[in-house]
Design a protein around this ligand. Structure first.
Ligand code: COA
Length: 258
């Protein structure tokens, strides 16, 4: 495991932090590999319910290390599976929820990856930027599809063509992030959200994510898909626990479910 990425797991929350502050958390191949391993192994561990992806106070990431880019240019989708692709595929494919915690700079892939997280919280110090046109590079990891679809074409062009710097308020308004917390409280407040999510029915959280990630389909088809899952879940031990807890006037305990 690289010491440039810290991984800690407690109370169902696995927190992965970029840890290369002297280089503004610019991401090296070994950092992507370490983060990919942390997600991949966490997906297989019952005790891990939620991932948090962050940096240090005042710094998320300055994006891919530009020297590393020159030394080992990754070819995404070529079948080589460079570390950055392994990491992004682990993130995109995670069945468990991922929460991004952004304080300070979120450049390049630091902003791109937010589209692949379930929730993203930023501090008022956050700055989002995808300077691909300045670097003579193209958008990455489906951001040319996801940004226009989710943020709108005009906002996507502002990021992907102009490379404008967005502050947290702009990012919130555009729907790039879920919420803003004061910088001094960001890690604590994000942890509270993560703990809240970790205490919910893991099956229900997984299904909600799976459904939201299912490609577009006609409304009738989606209703039927949800209906089938809903009916199945009405028979589940997790639902029994929820109803029993309601009858017993206590909080449900989903800790034994995986
Ligand atoms: N790749 C490699 N090294 C990077 C880096 C990156 N993406 N971002 C920062 N660094 C390094 C700097 O080279 C510098 O190293 P040094 O101390 O050995 O000279 C160190 O991190 C500190 O960066 P510096 O530029 O001095 O800090 P700053 O506060 O003035 O500026 C940034 C910070 C992030 C705005 C600026 O470094 C920058 O624009 N970085 C490039 C961002 C980028 O284009 N990312 C790629 C997106 S695809």
């Amino acid at each position: 495991m690289s010491n440039l990425v810290s991984v800690e797991t407690s109370d169902g929350v696995r927190t992965i932090r970029w840890n290369r502050p002297e280089k503004k958390n610019a991401l090296l191949r070994e950092m992507y590999t370490a983060a990919a391993e942390a997600i991949e192994s966490g997906e297989a561990e019952k005790s891990v319910r939620v991932f948090v992806l962050g940096g240090q106070p005042g710094l998320f990431t300055a994006g891919n290390d530009l020297v590393d880019f020159m030394e080992a240019p990754p070819h995404i989708g070529s079948g080589d599976m460079p570390p950055v692709e392994r990491f992004m595929r682990a993130l995109m494919g995670a069945k468990k929820p991922v929460i991004a915690e952004v304080d300070g700079l979120a450049i390049g892939i630091g902003t791109t990856l937010l589209m692949h997280c379930d929730l993203a919280y930023a501090s008022e110090n956050a700055a989002f930027k995808t300077p691909f046109a300045d670097l003579a590079l193209a958008p990455e990891f489906a951001s040319s599809l996801l940004f226009p679809t989710r943020l709108g074409r005009a906002a996507a062009s502002d990021l992907l063509m102009l490379g404008s710097v967005w502050n947290a308020a702009r990012a919130l308004e555009a729907g790039l992030i879920t919420g803003i917390f004061p910088s001094a409280r960001l890690a604590n407040d994000v942890r509270e959200k993560a703990l809240a999510l970790a205490a919910k029915s893991p099956g229900a959280v997984r299904k909600a994510k799976e459904l939201m990630m299912t490609p577009d389909e006609p409304l009738d088809a989606r209703m039927a898909r949800e209906g089938g899952i809903f009916a199945e879940m009405l028979q589940s031990p997790e639902f029994s626990e929820a109803v029993t807890a309601f009858m017993e006037r206590r909080a449900p305990d989903f800790s034994k479910f995986g």
